[in-house]
Design a protein around this ligand. Structure first.
Ligand code: GUN
Length: 287
């Protein structure tokens, strides 16, 4: 039976490290601050934002909530982001996605100052990621890498298969694994013969948003299975992996909930501190 990768415990370890960095910054008179922009009242988004602000408070990061109505004009939202760009006390800006359909998400992402882009979504940062330059990475794939590192799961030379090609998870996940010298295959909704490919994975990362997409016949015995899915089924949160089937086959597996989710929030805090240090010319010093 697979080892369970305890995202909650690892997130707690990361948060303790971040809290120590925040304390060191505060000792120098610097208060890291995250601005969170929430548009509308989507219950899932509101719940994620509450979770992020709660953890920020726990690690000593100040967080401001900018809550705008569902009907807000795109121009008003862009002006609000511009105000945060120009506010010297703000280190990181997070616009909770998805946005209402009358707003062009790409315009909003591009308006955030790349130096305050705590999600690592701005094309300027995407470019730096691809170019192998120092930057922040999207929190969810960064959290997966941090978990692999802390659990001492080797990546170099192994076959990593990523299922899903989203801008938020799949694409940056593939790039991060490649940077750590994995051989990387990306599968998606049009992939033919999915199980034949996933069965060759030493490390399988699933971020497709489809409950029970991955069953026992998709997994090589002993493989590391990372489930990024968050799906609501019959009022319960489940991942993209049929946990009951795959747990007896895999070498290690993340549960849902309690796997990747807490790591995403922990990495958001790490990114906020990282941007704070960089913008104030302290990168590395305050650690
Ligand atoms: N919505 C779902 N995941 C994310 C994320 O990582 N960042 C933001 N801003 N919105 C999201």
């Amino acid at each position: 039976v697979a080892q369970r990768l305890d995202g909650k415990r690892i997130a707690g370890d990361i948060q303790a490290d971040v809290a120590a960095k925040v304390a060191a910054l505060k000792a120098r008179g610097i208060q890291p601050k995250l601005a969170v922009v929430l548009v509308g009242d989507n219950p899932a988004s509101a719940s994620y934002v509450r979770g992020k602000r709660r953890v920020a408070e726990q690690v000593g990061i100040e967080s401001d909530l900018i809550h705008l109505p569902e009907t807000v004009e795109e121009e008003t939202l862009l002006a609000e982001i511009e105000r945060l760009n120009n506010d010297a006390s703000v280190d990181g800006i997070l616009v909770q996605l998805p946005l209402p359909s009358h707003i062009r998400e790409a315009d909003v992402i591009e308006r955030v100052d790349p130096q305050k882009d705590v999600d690592g979504f701005h094309p300027w940062n995407t470019g730096r990621q691809v170019a192998g330059l120092d930057t922040v990475w999207p929190c969810t794939p960064a959290g997966v890498m941090e978990m692999l590192r802390r659990e001492r799961i080797p990546v170099a030379g192994r076959h990593a298969v990523v299922v899903g090609r989203s801008q938020i998870v799949g694409k940056p996940m593939a790039m991060l694994l490649l940077n750590e010298h994995a051989t990387v295959t990306v599968c998606h909704s049009r992939t033919q013969g999915l199980a034949d490919i996933t069965r060759t994975a030493d490390i399988l990362v699933v971020a497709a948003g489809r409950p029970r997409l991955i069953g026992a016949d998709h997994v090589k015995p002993g493989a590391i299975v990372i489930d990024v899915g968050i799906n609501r089924v019959d009022g319960k949160i489940v991942g993209d992996v049929a946990f009951d089937e795959v747990e007896p086959v895999a070498g290690a597996i993340t549960p849902v909930p309690g796997g990747v989710g807490p790591l995403t929030i922990a990495m958001l805090m790490a990114n906020t501190v990282s941007l704070c240090e960089r913008r104030r010319g302290l990168r590395g010093e305050a650690q």
